[in-house]
Every structure is written in C-alpha cells, then in structure tokens.
Design a protein around this ligand. Structure first.
Ligand SMILES: Nc1nc2c(c(=O)[nH]1)N[C@H]1C(S)=C(S)[C@@H](COP(=O)(O)OP(=O)(O)OC[C@H]3O[C@@H](n4cnc5c(=O)[nH]c(N)nc54)[C@H](O)[C@@H]3O)O[C@H]1N2
Ligand SMILES: Nc1nc2c(c(=O)[nH]1)N[C@H]1C(S)=C(S)[C@@H](COP(=O)(O)OP(=O)(O)OC[C@H]3O[C@@H](n4cnc5c(=O)[nH]c(N)nc54)[C@H](O)[C@@H]3O)O[C@H]1N2
Ligand SMILES: [Mo]
Length: 799
C-alpha cells in the first residue's frame, strides 16, 4: 500500500524495483488516470541520481557568476561532500547576514507522508540553526484567504461546505462559478478518496430526476460544464464582479433581493446598495446593461440569472481560479455578497461554498476539520501547505515547531506573503502594505527550496531568473531535474514517496493510510528526513538530536499512529494496533449521520446574536470598516469594480488582443507528472496546447496542430494550437505546469505559461499572485526546436 496526491495505490515490487501498480479500491471510490504517473515518473530519465553542483559554484562558491545558472555544466559529488558544502554555506550566511537572509519558505506540493515532509523539515532544521524567513498564504488561495476573514470571520477556502447529501436533496440550482471540480477534485492535499465524483454523478441523476439546474460561469467550457452538460455562461476573464453586481441590482429592482436577510445578517448593505444604484462616488448604475458591456454576457441573460437566483434554492459554488487575478480579492467578497442578496445562507441546499472543487470538499467526513483562519499575526499563520487539517482523530504530523523544549521552538520568523518573493529579493528593507499592516522586506541572500518548483509556479519566469541572480546560493532538493533544479547551484536528490516508509491520511479523514516502501531509492537519492539529518550531523550532535529527538523515521511513523490511537481510545473509537494497521495498510473511520446533514452557517442563521461570526460586527461584512480604514485604492471598503491591469476592455488590447487564462492541468499536478507519458495525452507537436476560438484562429490563419508563438512584453513561449469553441471569443487558455525549456534567446520551447503572467500583486490587501494576462499569438514558422528539459542536464568531470 502506498499513497499520493492522486489517490492510494498498491504497488508491485520486484528485486527492489517498482514494477507495477493497481488502484487501492478499498480506499479510493473513483481511481483516476493520474495515479499511473506515479509509476511512470519513478524511473523517468529526469530523475536526479546524485548530489550535483553547478561547475561555476563548485569553483567559486557563493561568489560565482550567477548568470551562469542554467547554463553551466553540473558536477556530481558524494553525499559527504554535499552535506559539508551545504552546512558550511548555511553557517556562513547565518554568521555574515543573520537568519532572515535565508529563505526557507519554499512553497510547493511535495508528496504526501507525515514524516518526510520536506518543507516542515526544512523549517525544523533552519529553526534549530537560528531561524529563517518564511512565507504566509498560498499560491492557491492568496486572495480568498486574505479577504474572507474580514467578511465572514473564517478562512473560507478551508471551511466545511454544506454536505453533498443536503445539496442532492434540496438544491434547485447549482451554480459552478470559476471552478472546474471534475478536473480539480482528482487531486487532494491529503490523499483523495475521490468520493466527490460519486456525488457529481448523483447530481447528474438529480438533473434528470428532480430537474436540478446546473449553471457554469467561466471563460472556458470546462471539464465540469461538459460532464454535467451544464447551461454554460461565457464570461470575459476577470469581469465577474460587474456580472455579480448586476445580478444583485436586477434582483433588487425586481423586488426579489432578500431584504430581511440583508438587514438581519449583514453589515453595510445600505451603503452597498447605494453604490449599486449609482449613488456612490462613481455615479454608475450597476444594472444589466452596464455589466453586459464589460463582462460579455448579454443583458437579458443577466436578468434571467437574477430571476432564477431570486426564486430558486440556489447554491453558489465558487472556485479559486478567478481570485488569481488583479483585484482577485473582490471575487469571493462579491460572491458572498450575492449569496446574501439571495438570502439563503445557512439553509439546507442554499447559500455558497468555496471548496467543492478541492480535495473532496463537501463530502461528509468523520471529523470536523476546523480549518485555520488567516491570523493577523504573521508569524502565527501558516499556509495550507504546511498544515494538515486539524481533524480528529487527527494524524500527527511533524511540525515546524516540534515538541521538545529549546529556544528555537519559539523563533519569531519573518513571514512574507508567499507570492511576493521576487519583490522581497529586489527590495530589501522596503516597507510595504500587506493585509492592513506594514511589512518590511528582509534581505535574502540564500534560498533553500524543497518540494516545490518556483520556476513553474511563480508568474513572470524571466523576471524570476533575473531576480534570483541576486541570491548568492540557491539550493534545490527534489526528485527530478525540474526547471528549478536546473537553475540551482546545489541539487540534492530526494527519494519519491514510493521509495520510503511513511504514514498519511485521506483528506476527508476517512482513512489513515500506511505507506509501504515499494522500491529501493533510485541511484543515490535519499529520504528528505535523512538529508536534513545528514546536514545537521555536519554541524553538531546537539543540532542533530534536536532534529530527530532520538527517533528514526520508522519510529516517527509509529509515534504518529500511536498518538492518533490514544486520542481515538479516549473517545471510544476503535483502532487496531500499529502492527495490524501496518499489515492491512489502512484504518477506516465511520462517517456519522450528523456529517451528512451539515449545513454551513446554520447556527448563525438560527441565532446571529449568540452565534455571531468572527467579524467586528458579528455579521457578514458587505462593508468592512477594517479594510476601509486601511485606505487601499486597490481594495476599498466594499466590493468594488476596478478595471484590472490587463483585460479585454483595456487599451493594451491594441497590442495584445487575447486574454490568456491558465487553469490547472488535467493530466498533471502543476508541473508534476509532466515528465511522464501522460503529457502525450494532450501535447500538440510536443508543445503545451493552447485553446483558441475559431474566429480568433481564422483571423490569424491558424489551425489545430499548428505550432504558435504566444507573446507579450514579458516573454514568449511556443504552444500547440487547438481550435475550439470551448473558449470564449477573445480568450485563449493554456494550463499551468508545462516545464520551462528556454532557448538561448529566452523563448520557452515547450510552453510554460508563467513566462507571460505578470508578477504584480492582486492588491495591497492580499498581495496575491495572478494567473491571467493579455497576449498575442502568431504562427511559428521556424524549424521546431528540440526539447531539452525532459532529459538529463549536461555533466562535466570533476575539477
Ligand atoms: N499561471 C499559473 N500559475 C500557477 C497556478 C495557476 O493556476 N496558474 N496555480 C498556482 C498554484 S494554486 C499552486 S499550488 C502552485 C503549485 O506549484 P508547485 O507546488 O511548486 O508545483 P509542483 O509541480 O507540484 O511542484 C512540486 C515539486 O515538489 C517535488 N517533490 C515531490 N515530492 C517530493 C518529495 O518527496 N521530496 C522533495 N524534496 N521534493 C518532492 C516535485 O518533483 C515538484 O518538483 O502553482 C501556482 N502557479
Ligand atoms: N488535475 C488537477 N487538479 C488539481 C490541481 C492540478 O494541478 N491538477 N491543482 C490543485 C490545486 S493546488 C488547486 S489550488 C486547485 C485549484 O482550483 P481552482 O483554482 O478552482 O482551479 P483553476 O483550474 O485554476 O480554475 C477553475 C476555473 O476557473 C476558471 N477561470 C479562470 N479565470 C476566470 C475568471 O476570471 N472568471 C471565471 N468565472 N472563471 C475563471 C478557469 O477557466 C477554470 O475553469 O486545484 C487542485 N486540483
Ligand atoms: Mo494550489
């Protein structure tokens, strides 16, 4: 038994090699194709075999020429040499520049497993050594996580959703807005059991049986629109705000806005209604005619939506795609406001939920994951990627702050908003606005990245390469020669999750899963746990012991299981002994009836005085005084339409007329698995596919199968054309996560969409990342360049 972000699997091993796999159907209700990639990636030619150092770095150390990153040859060294090299460099940076000069916030989707969590362990090592600069928020939920605590008092991205059985029974209209749950539920942060697919299939049945209406609102006719045969509304990217405002306005005009709800459960409704009516500073009436010109949905359709929402039990399911945009904070704020106008929040089957597309959201689970709210205290808050949901009976996980005493337990690390990494490196000492506070950027000299791929995930890849030249040392710990590894100075090879024992749980807490080692480590790859231990051993026994607490990785596995069992025993929940569990491969927990009947915010609806929300008014804040007080021009005190920096209504379309969106990939987890045969399922002539509308293709004389250059002022990439009516006219779509493969002039030969996306923040509030841009496309007539990124980099002999 083993597990992954794609589901649990059963592996077949022979002579220490991973030879085959089967779906683990006892704990996966709906296995997906992506699990095939787990086997395929293991012996891919992009595996890192040995610790490697860039030649120039080996010669000159931190004084090397950083512009040679990605160009120099590599030199393989022994683990002993690597440990010493890393330990010495850490010591130097601590001594010369102090803890804040080391960036250890390394973001990314490393594998599952409670012991070998490369990021928590990196933090643990760096805290022992003196602390480090870390991060807050995530690339997934930067804007929603920053804004929603002000609006409803909760981190809505992590909140419990109204349970699916309630929706199937009560909801009349399901609106899937900026979400593609049929695609994105393939994956979970914990292990997915894919139960959500059972519910989506049932939803499809209810469409026939009960006449449930499903509406998808998206610039793309996506996997979900298709699976459910939904009524699809094509909207221009980043213009949902006018659309939602007009729906509110028209509901108000038709007398179907729920005035009682607004009065009893929200704060600031009158001020906001005045804004909608054109009585605000901008004097613009936010009616359907106004919105239609901006969002590209026709006036009558907007009025129809208002009529439907105003008369039916409506569940608004918001995804996170639209908040990865300039002013991305507005999306969920306005969607919650629209739900308040409808007035069904807290009822069976009505209201809203912002997590149905993610990690089996809405599936009843045995424990109520509490979810963490964005803490006003930067140091106290951690992104989703460093915490497992605090579920019961929760499986322990090795935390950044371990359980032993010691001064390093209480490090007061600086945390920067995760997607501001380039600004931080470029502007040391600069004071910036963030989340109604001020933050001063530290001076970063070194970055240690483990279990993430910044050269994939961050916008404006060329700017990243230029900015990272300011780092004296860049270390990457990964299993594969990713774009980030290729741009590093020191590369440390990690085992995959199938090459080590570990323990994990399903995201919905239904299972604790044993992760049996299926295969011996590839070449000289080592477990993340052992890599940090090796570095610390170089530094001192005290440091090493603080890290391991005297336990081997195997002992930690048992420790975590026993900690769960102790909690379970105390609550009379049966759990077998560790030995039985390990033998069987999993423990299953029963789902209580109450979880199947859960209705989000039902208590608040019942009594908003006693069950007040965690906002200053205790109500849903359509107007937030706190945000108003911050005085941000790009995030005022109530949901506001502000033109984004690049959109179809801007002057910039003269040069770059197409609006690019970059959603999550169907056959990858970001950049993961792009180095397997799965990429053949989608690529066009070996390039990332780009979807373009027939009219836009015709204007450029493009056909399906053509290779094109997609470009703007930030850079250029190749892509393979797919002409399709699945995108709105004026919109093009390329999925994130294609491996970056720049030629000598910087053209990405393969199709890493982030080359084209701006680094600019969403606003001063969240300082979040964007995922849209304006671009132009033209046919690529040159000879098709060969890809390099899916083979080994060039090595030279030592010395
Ligand atoms: N344009 C655009 N950009 C986006 C997005 C978008 O929608 N559009 N989405 C954003 C979002 S939501 C996210 S979450 C990010 C994702 O960005 P990342 O999480 O950085 O992307 P991954 O490709 O999952 O990178 C994970 C890396 O960890 C490595 N890894 C896996 N297992 C292990 C392990 O056990 N040990 C070690 N040491 N390494 C391991 C993998 O090989 C891989 O290189 O991308 C963001 N970027
Ligand atoms: N297969 C697969 N599943 C995944 C992942 C993966 O990489 N692969 N990644 C996982 C991760 S880390 C995360 S954070 C989640 C991400 O979950 P999401 O952020 O919800 O996923 P996206 O695909 O980025 O966007 C969802 C939808 O929003 C649409 N969209 C984009 N811009 C706009 C807009 O302006 N308005 C409207 N109305 N719609 C818009 C896109 O076309 C897409 O259909 O998915 C998770 N699931
Ligand atoms: Mo994400």
């Amino acid at each position: 038994m083993s597990a992954s972000h794609f589901g649990a699997i059963k592996g077949l091993s022979k002579n220490g090699k991973f030879e085959g796999m089967m779906d683990a159907t006892e704990i996966d209700f709906f296995p997906v194709t992506l699990t095939e990639g787990v086997l395929a990636r293991t012996y891919d030619q992009t595996r890192i075999a040995k610790p490697s150092v860039r030649k120039g770095y080996l010669e000159k150390g931190y004084k090397s020429d950083k512009s040679k990153r990605g160009k120099d040859e590599w030199v393989e060294i022994s683990w002993d040499e690597a440990y010493k090299l890393v330990a010495d460099e850490l010591k130097r940076v601590y001594k010369e520049h102090g803890a804040s000069a080391i960036y250890g916030g390394s973001y990314g989707w490393y594998s599952v497993g409670s012991v070998n969590n490369p990021q928590a362990l990196l933090g643990r090592m760096l805290n022992i050594l003196g602390g480090y600069t870390t991060r807050t928020l995530t690339y997934s939920t930067h804007a929603i996580r920053a804004i929603m605590p002000y609006i409803t008092g909760t981190d809505e991205s992590n909140a419990l959703q109204t349970a699916w059985p309630m929706i199937l029974k009560h909801t009349e209209v399901v609106v899937i807005w900026g979400a593609d749950p049929i695609n994105t539920n393939q994956i979970a942060w914990g292990v997915p059991d894919h139960e959500s697919y059972i519910y989506f299939r049932k939803l499809k049945e209810q469409m026939k049986k009960r006449g449930v209406k499903v509406i998808t609102i998206d610039p793309v006719y996506n996997n979900t629109s298709k699976y459910l045969n939904a009524e699809h509304v094509f909207v221009n990217p980043t213009t949902d705000i006018p659309l939602m405002m007009a729906i509110c306005y028209e509901m108000m005009a038709a007398g179907v806005a729920n005035e009682n709800f607004l009065k009893k459960y929200t704060s600031g409704a009158e001020q906001f209604k005045a804004y909608l009516k054109g009585e605000g500073e901008d004097k613009v009436v936010k009616d359907a005619a106004w919105a239609a010109k901006i969002c590209g949905v026709n006036e009558q359709d907007i009025k129809t939506l208002a009529k439907i929402f105003g008369s039916k039990t409506t569940m608004l399911m918001g995804g996170w795609g639209p908040q990865r945009a300039h002013h991305g904070e507005q999306f969920h704020w306005m969607l919650a406001t629209l739900a308040a106008f409808i007035g069904q929040i807290g009822t069976e089957g009505g209201g809203y939920g912002f997590g149905y597309h993610y990690s089996d959201g809405g599936c009843p689970s045995p424990a109520a994951p509490t979810g963490n709210a964005l803490s006003a205290n930067l140091n106290g808050s951690q992104g989703a990627t460093t915490s497992t949901s605090a579920a019961f009976p929760g499986l322990g996980s090795m935390s950044i702050v371990p359980s032993i005493d010691g001064e390093w337990k209480n490090r007061n690390n600086i945390a920067i908003p995760v997607s501001r990494i380039l600004d931080c490196i470029n502007n040391p000492g600069k004071e910036v606005d963030f989340n109604c506070k001020k933050l001063t950027y530290p001076e970063i000299k070194m970055a240690y990245w483990a279990g993430g791929n910044p050269y994939h995930h961050h916008p404006d890849t060329k700017m990243m390469a230029k900015t990272f030249e300011k780092l004296e040392t860049f270390i990457v710990q990964d299993c594969f020669w990713t774009a980030s590894a290729r741009m590093a100075d020191i590369v440390l090879p990690a085992t995959t999750e199938q090459e080590r024992n570990d323990i994990t749980k399903s995201h919905t807490n239904k299972f604790i899963i044993a992760m049996h080692k299926i295969a011996e480590p590839y070449a000289q790859a080592k477990n993340d746990y052992d890599i940090y231990a090796g570095i610390l051993k170089q530094i001192g026994e005290t440091e090493l012991n603080a890290f391991t607490e005297g336990k081997s990785a195997e002992e930690w596995i048992r420790h975590f299981y026993d900690a769960s069992k102790k909690k379970a025993d105390a609550s009379n929940i049966a759990m077998p002994s560790f030995e039985e569990f390990w033998e069987k491969g999993f423990v299953k927990f029963e789902v209580p009836q109450s979880a199947k009947e859960y209705v989000k915010m039902a208590e608040f609806r019942k009594n908003p005085i006693i069950n007040r929300l965690g906002t200053p008014s205790g109500k849903i804040e359509i107007v937030s005084k706190k945000i108003e007080k911050a005085g941000y021009a790009d995030c005022p005190g109530h949901p506001t339409w502000m033109e984004p920096m690049e959109w179809l209504g801007s002057d910039k379309t003269k040069k770059y007329p197409l609006n690019l969106v970059s959603p999550h990939p169907k056959y990858r987890l970001h950049s993961q698995l792009n180095n397997t045969w799965l990429r053949n399922l989608e690529e066009v002539k070996g390039r990332e596919p780009i979807w373009i509308h027939p009219e836009d293709a015709k204007a450029r004389e493009l056909q399906t199968g053509d290779v094109v250059k997609i470009y703007n002022d930030r850079g250029e990439i190749l892509g393979g054309v797919i002409v399709t009516e699945n995108v709105k006219r004026g919109v093009v779509r390329m999925q994130e996560g294609g491996w970056w493969d720049p030629d000598k002039k910087g053209l990405c030969k393969h199709g890493n969409v982030n080359v084209l996306i701006p680094n600019e923040p969403t606003s001063s509030l969240a300082m979040g990342n964007q995922a849209t841009a304006l671009v132009e496309i033209k046919k690529f007539d040159g000879e098709l360049p060969e890809l390099q990124v899916f083979s080994q980099p060039k090595f030279s002999k030592k010395g």
